[in-house]
Write a protein that binds this ligand. Structure first.
Ligand code: PLP
Length: 451
């Protein structure tokens, strides 16, 4: 291993890295990136990489987009900051809320902004609780998410997340958060169970949970259309239809976490559209600004808004909001991002390129290390296994996913190990067909080096 650079040493001495094995990091040090253009980034040694994960599933328009730089600069020049507390407002927030209401896959009455996906889902928890208190149903508070679901890391959104490292030592989950089963047929189907039988079992299991807890105590269900950080898990055909039937039966609010799937990733504007989901509300972040600046948002349905309104009449202030709720620079950038998505047909482009992306993924299934291949739209993953026949996983201590990702990095591809043994790709949506091939050629080399 080459000695760490001066900058890498300074990083280790000063920066806590989120979601990182801090002990390993002290030995390996960081990959320090310096600049980016299009789908590529360069490190401080001038080495080029394809950003195969669009940063953290977010830089949909790639790097160095001058229109976005200009939109931010223009807003900073005009009015760099004002807030939405009380009677203050500003044009970019109003326009963006209007625009989002038009395109979301649910009946949205209003939009509540924030600055991240975690905050968006934190707001979903608070709004669900607020709503049921306002409607005189203080016992209806439980929110169901799924094992392997990822919804963020704040105290509430981290509780929704169904991954052990987000809970361990943090005293999470908090009360009133439950986790139902993960719809990953390859990993969790019983012997000989068809996808249809598996789906029916998932729905039955959810219904049993609701009945066990008492339907009058269950308030909401939250799901990512495709689970991202939990392993890029694509539910089998008919899963959401079966789940929705249960939710409707018990009057459970359905929240689609579109933080990754939103804005074209699955080949439709929202993942809910790809899977025929009918949510009451959506959470958004990441590609809402193509990650040029932080922004998150949730939609609020009319019934919930009316409850909030009634409560304001009764108790006064709606006591929630951040300094940066609807930050004007973030809103201005988001408006420009949405304009580009529309003008340049970015969603259609993802849908058109998707067969090429999926075909290259499918071809990886023949590799001796690859047990499962999952891809939809422009997001996918391979799951590495020790034995393809038995699906036996590698010893977690081997860190096989991380090893493959490191080899990909050697070959100039940034990817990410998710849920241990899966390696994910989720490139910027501006990627060209030739670049899709280049990206997979690099991944194939990494896989060969992993054997
Ligand atoms: N929801 C989903 C589906 C995510 O993938 C993420 C982050 O990856 C979050 C929520 C949390 O977003 P953030 O990291 O912006 O807080």
């Amino acid at each position: 291993m080459s000695p760490l650079s001066n900058l890498a040493v300074r990083d280790i001495e000063t920066v806590i890295h989120p979601y990182t094995n801090l002990a390993t990091h002290r030995e390996t040090g960081p990959l320090i990136l310096e600049r980016g253009k299009g789908i590529r980034v360069w490190d401080t040694d001038g080495k080029e990489y394809i950003e195969g994960l669009a940063g953290l599933w977010c830089t949909s328009l790639g790097y160095g987009n001058e229109e976005l730089v200009e939109a931010a600069a223009e807003q900073m020049r005009t009015l760099s900051y004002t807030h939405l507390f009380g009677s203050k407002s500003h044009d970019p927030a109003i326009e963006l809320a209007e625009k989002l209401k038009e395109i979301v896959p649910c009946e949205a009455s209003k939009v509540l902004f924030c600055s991240s996906g975690s905050e968006a889902n934190d707001q979903q928890v608070k709004l669900t609780w607020y709503y049921n208190n306002a409607r005189g149903r203080p016992e209806k508070k439980k929110i169901i998410s799924r094992i392997k679901g990822y919804h963020g890391v704040t105290v509430a959104s981290g509780s929704l997340t169904g991954l052990p490292p987000v809970h361990m030592d943090f005293d999470l989950p908090i009360k009133n958060i439950l986790h139902t089963e993960c719809p990953h047929h390859y990993r969790f189907a019983e012997d000989g169970e068809t996808e249809a039988e598996f789906v029916a079992r998932m729905a039955r299991s959810l219904e049993e949970m609701i009945q066990r807890e008492g339907p009058e105590t269950v308030a909401a269900f939250i799901a990512e259309p495709i689970m991202g950080a939990g392993g890029v898990i694509i539910p089998p055909e008919g899963y959401y239809q079966a789940i929705q039937a249960v939710l409707e039966k018990y009057d459970v609010r359905f929240i689609s976490d579109e933080v990754i799937c939103g804005f074209g990733r699955t080949g439709s504007m929202f993942g809910a559209e790809t899977f025929g989901m009918k949510p009451h509300s959506v959470s958004m972040a990441k590609a809402i600004t193509s990650a040029y600046v932080p922004l998150g948002a949730v939609t609020v349905e009319e019934d919930l808004y009316q409850a909030m309104l009634d409560e304001s009449r009764k108790i006064g202030t709606f006591g929630h909001g951040y300094t940066y709720t609807g930050h004007p620079v973030a809103a201005a950038v988001s408006l420009k991002v949405l304009e580009i998505y529309e003008r340049d047909g970015i969603v259609e482009r993802a849908a058109t390129l998707s067969p090429v992306f999926e075909k290259r993924f499918e071809a990886l299934a023949a590799h001796p290390l690859v047990g499962d291949v999952r891809a939809r739209g422009m997001i996918g993953a391979i799951e590495l296994v020790a034995d393809k026949t038995t699906k036996a996983p590698f010893d977690p201590k081997a860190g096989i996913g991380g090893y493959c990702v490191a080899r990909a990095q050697d070959h100039g591809l940034i990817s990410r190990a998710v849920a241990g043994d899966s390696v994910a790709l989720c490139p910027p949506l501006i990627i060209e067909e030739s670049e899709v091939h280049e990206m997979f050629d690099r991944l194939e080399k990494a896989l060969d080096d992993t054997e």
